[in-house]
Design a protein around this ligand. Structure first.
Ligand SMILES: [Zn+2]
Ligand SMILES: [Zn+2]
Length: 505
């Protein structure tokens, strides 16, 4: 938590006092009630010195980096020339990703007054030279013969100038970036250095009053200067905050985790003067997930459910023996069942039971509802339901039909449950099951009204120690690729691991 109220918190206070004016922000769509409002970011872009720097690629990538956190609301302006102060009024911070012809006095004045009036500006890499500095290019950047100084305020916005004969860097390489101020909101709580894979700009002239946050040693062997070069710095411009980094040459430079963390926190700091604690995904240990298959075919799209999540590390077992080993509770937090076996061996039964009784989680998907027919404890306590392949114990056989379109909807009773958080109705072309047994005490989280399917399609188990969720949909690749289904499975894994829901989905 922050010691001092941020501007956003002061806004919130003003709204409570009824002093609200047009500066009071509305909750962006999709923001949970009670979550802090998102930081409103605008990218100013639309040209770069191609083929060296690609504004389209870098803007799209960095926009994703910010939005993935759930803390930013990002817009992009690709034609900056026509902007006025009113264009920028809705934003708290601008990201400059532009190296092209001058925008003209009205647009440039609008940006100056935006920052001077207390907003933020973040800039990186290839904006450190060019027409804004009055330079002209004829293969390399030069001061113009007519002595044009360019946009007078630009060097103060960036916090640096670069004398054309000194513009350059050594060979692109991997190097360490050291935080030299580790008590700044951007760097606080982070490791003392991070790795860059980038061009290491050298011989820039920083403006008086800039504050260097990070440096890197520019080695002579890579064509550098043999000294520490500034990599990231802040400046004040009027009442506003600006941050510049020389990093960010291309996508593989931007993909470095250290760069992304610094960028996210830098944008938030420039907007608000503070930055969130290092992201939970960076702080928390990934959930260890064991995916057990076997006994039934399935589309390989199933595997993609477990990819692309930084909070999840998974292993795959293709047999019971491989899956249910002794002390599996020490190695895994959640078991994802996508197998279909009538039988389970005695040793495997013991090991799986120990895992569940250790309070671990089980997410069962689709045909796993048929599992372990002769082990009532498992379907009564753990899955919370049972599909009868044939009539048994006085229960008639269940029925299935593949290739049916139906809609799974969150139940009213399950509204607000972490597993269905952010999930609306999911239309699928999948397999229907009918005539199953459902455990008393199991909580239905999603349901369907399709006549060929039992009503509950997602529900919890009833075991007092372990969290368990059964998800019926999952026969077809189109279901596996449905964004809401993917989120549902990820939510279920997080809930079964005892993790709070959040932006890392
Ligand atoms: Zn570059
Ligand atoms: Zn199926």
């Amino acid at each position: 938590m922050q010691r001092n109220p941020t501007r956003r918190q002061l806004f919130a206070g003003a709204a409570l006092l009824g002093a609200a004016s047009r500066t009071v922000r509305t909750q962006p769509a999709g923001t949970a009630a009670g979550a802090p409002p998102r930081v409103r970011v605008v990218f100013l872009t639309g040209a770069s010195d191609l083929p060296y720097h690609h504004w389209r690629e870098s803007t799209a990538f960095l926009r994703d980096v910010l939005e993935h956190t759930g803390r930013f609301d990002v817009k992009v302006i690709e034609e900056v020339r026509g902007i006025t102060p009113a264009t920028l009024e809705a934003f708290e911070v601008a990201v400059l990703n532009y190296n092209g012809p001058r925008w003209g006095a009205p647009a440039e004045a609008a940006i100056e007054s935006f920052v001077r009036g207390g907003k933020g500006l973040v800039s990186f890499h290839g904006v450190t030279y060019g027409a804004f500095y009055g330079m002209v290019s004829n293969g390399g950047w030069k001061a113009p013969a007519n002595g044009d100084p360019g946009w007078a305020a630009y060097g103060d916005l960036i916090g640096a100038t670069w004398d054309p004969p000194k513009i350059g860097h050594g060979a692109r390489h991997v190097f360490e970036v050291k935080w030299v101020d580790r008590d700044h909101p951007i760097s606080r709580g982070l490791a003392e250095s991070f790795q860059a894979n980038d061009e290491l700009y050298h011989r820039l002239d920083l403006k008086p009053g800039t504050h260097v946050l990070a440096t890197a040693f520019s080695a002579l062997e890579t064509g550098g200067t043999g000294r520490d070069e500034p990599i990231m710095w802040t400046s004040a411009f009027g009442a506003g905050r600006t941050l510049h980094t020389t990093l960010g040459h291309d996508l593989s430079a931007l993909q470095q985790a250290g760069f992304q963390t610094a960028f996210e926190r830098g944008v938030e700091w420039a907007a608000t003067g503070s930055a969130a604690e290092p992201s939970r995904a960076a702080a928390e240990r990934p959930m260890r997930v064991l995916v057990a298959t076997g006994g039934h075919p399935y589309p390989t799209a199933f595997y993609t459910l477990f990819e692309g999540h930084e909070d999840l590390a998974w292993e795959h077992a293709t047999t019971q023996r491989e899956a249910y080993q002794e002390r599996m509770a020490e190695r895994f937090d959640v078991l994802v069942l996508h197998d279909m076996y009538n039988e389970i061996g005695e040793a495997e039964r013991t090991n799986l039971r120990a895992f569940i009784e250790a309070g671990k989680g089980v997410v069962s998907i689709h045909h796993a509802i048929v599992d372990y027919t002769a082990w009532p404890w498992f379907h009564e306590q753990v899955i919370g339901g049972k599909y009868y392949e044939k009539a048994l114990e006085g229960h008639p056989a269940s029925a299935y039909k593949e290739g049916v379109e139906f809609v799974a909807r969150p139940t009213k009773a399950g509204a607000g449950h972490p597993v269905t958080s952010g999930i609306g109705p999911i239309p699928v072309h999948d397999e229907v099951y009918r005539g199953m047994w459902h455990a008393p005490g199991s909580q239905p989280l999603m349901e369907t009204d399709h006549p060929l399917n039992d009503r509950p399609v997602v529900y919890t188990g009833v075991h007092p120690q372990a969290r368990s969720v059964y998800i019926q949909m999952g026969h077809s690749a189109s279901t596996h690729r449905h964004p809401a289904y993917r989120k549902l499975v990820h939510n279920a894994i997080r809930w079964c691991a005892g993790r709070p829901q959040g932006a890392t989905a």
